[in-house]
Ligand binder design. Structure first.
Ligand SMILES: C[S@@+](CC[C@H](N)C(=O)[O-])C[C@H]1O[C@@H](n2cnc3c(N)ncnc32)[C@H](O)[C@@H]1O
Length: 263
């Protein structure tokens, strides 16, 4: 199963990308009118992007990549879904953007891109699709110049321990077995989708250790009791647009964020 994961997940992400692109969840209409899709969590870590070369890993159809460009960066987005990359290029051309999008499996990126960046960025729903976090951290590090920064915001591994309806603890916190599921997706329009996917849970120590051993010094590490996205079942929204699991009463960590410096 593990060997097939790329084919299985790519098929799912191609189907999801078609649906997501037209969803109100991603709301391309307001995005094209100028909305910046980045959230306060990552905005708080990015700093001044004017003139910075930024590599965005697992960029989906590029809203965040193009939002980084709107903040002044020269951007490259990478994703293994050809549908997502095609849609990203569509958005970019509608905006007259000079963003570059590359269709590639994250682990194979060093075979097709030979450049260093001032920043590598990746966020929300990324590393769970990757089996080997040490290898991921090596890719992040390889593309950073010395003194460059890694900015990462991700759903907290505690969230992924629960069943979809948060009624029970279903999965181990620690990474051992791949998790194989049939799922729809987190946006509107995906109600009739049931597609196979393979994912992995990665605990915080696994991630931090992989970054440290890849020469990325952790400068900031944050945890949050909310998600900026309404992408889970049974959420409640705060007046300022933060989502938490209602039956958990805001007791869970839902997101973490890291800023690291390439030594
Ligand atoms: C939940 S999205 C994350 C992006 C961002 N949070 C967003 O909402 O636009 C996950 C992305 O990872 C991509 N992905 C999954 N596995 C990958 C791999 N092995 N290499 C490159 N991209 C991958 C998928 O195609 C998808 O676009």
């Amino acid at each position: 199963m593990k060997d097939d994961y790329l084919k299985i997940n790519k098929d799912t992400w191609n189907k999801r990308s078609e649906i997501h692109f037209d969803s109100t969840f991603y709301d391309n209409e307001s995005f094209l009118k100028g909305r910046n899709s980045l959230n306060s969590i990552e905005l708080g870590l990015l700093g001044n992007l004017k003139g910075k070369k930024v590599l965005h890993l697992q960029c989906h159809f590029g809203q965040d990549t193009l939002s980084l460009e709107r903040l002044g960066a020269e951007v490259t987005g990478v994703d293994f879904s050809d549908v997502a990359i095609e849609k990203a290029n569509q958005l970019a051309s509608k905006l007259g953007s000079s963003a570059r999008f590359i269709c590639c499996d994250l682990y194979r990126l060093p075979e097709v891109l030979e450049e260093e960046f001032d920043m590598v960025f990746t966020s929300y729903g990324t590393i769970g699709w990757l089996p080997d976090i040490e290898r991921w951290a090596k890719v992040v590090s390889l593309f950073l110049r010395t003194g460059g920064h890694f900015v990462f915001a991700e759903f907290h591994p505690v969230v992924w321990m629960f069943s979809d309806d948060f009624s029970q603890i279903q999965y181990r916190y620690f990474n051992d077995e791949p998790i194989v599921e049939m799922e729809s997706s987190y946006t509107d329009g995906a109600e009739n989708l049931s597609s196979k996917n393979v994912s992995w849970n990665h605990g915080l120590a696994e991630v931090v250790t992989a970054l440290l051993t890849s020469n990325i010094q952790i400068e900031q590490f944050q945890e949050f009791d909310y998600s900026p996205y309404n992408c889970f079942l049974g959420t409640k929204e705060t007046p300022d647009g933060k989502f938490f699991i209602e039956k958990m009463g805001r007791k869970l960590p839902m997101v973490y964020a890291i800023k690291g410096l390439k030594k």
